[in-house]
Design a protein around this ligand. Sequence first.
Ligand SMILES: Cc1cc2nc3c(=O)[nH]c(=O)nc-3n(C[C@H](O)[C@H](O)[C@H](O)COP(=O)(O)O)c2cc1C
Length: 184
Amino acid sequence: MTQIAVVYFSGYGHTKVVAETFAGAIDASLIEIDQNGEITEQDWQTLNTAQGIVFGAPTYMAATPWQFKKFADASSKIWFTRGWQDKVFAGFTNSASLNGDKQVTLIQLQTLASQHGGIWVSLGLLPANTKDAKREDVNNLGGSVGLLVQSPSDASTDEIPTGDLETAKLYAKRVQSIVEKLHG
Ligand SMILES: Cc1cc2nc3c(=O)[nH]c(=O)nc-3n(C[C@H](O)[C@H](O)[C@H](O)COP(=O)(O)O)c2cc1C
């Protein structure tokens, strides 16, 4: 049984749906960073014992929200002791625009994982980018570093494009299989 933890922030619930979809596909632990940028001591323990850690955050002003950054800064205590060295890492972001500068956020998550000495898992899926491609297709947003999700600005939390959520499930399975190969 793999131990994977998804740690995420969501201001308005859309990224929470993505986190739940990802975690639900592989029975991973879910850790929500609260509106003050905090997680509990037990949450830190869950991360410290996990074989894989998945970062999730919406894109706000072309970056992770400050609450996620507060969590990232707090992880510097673990960085000092190399506590997350060689764990498997992955990440996702969600924003309103098709592009919306999501890549900037994803690179932030990948870099945080690298600071911790982690092994980053890319998305590993071809893009759906032909003339016939539709928003419902897997990886229609054409991600490679990690998972990209678009929640249109007027979409409720149950209106996130199904193709993006399907992509989340496939990425989750890939992360799980890499954890099994490295730690199984
Ligand atoms: C402060 C703020 C800044 C935002 N900046 C961006 C942005 O840079 N690019 C974008 O595409 N969407 C942007 N959005 C839209 C959010 O990314 C989008 O509504 C997302 O679904 C919110 O996720 P959440 O419900 O998990 O908070 C912004 C929203 C807020 C509140």
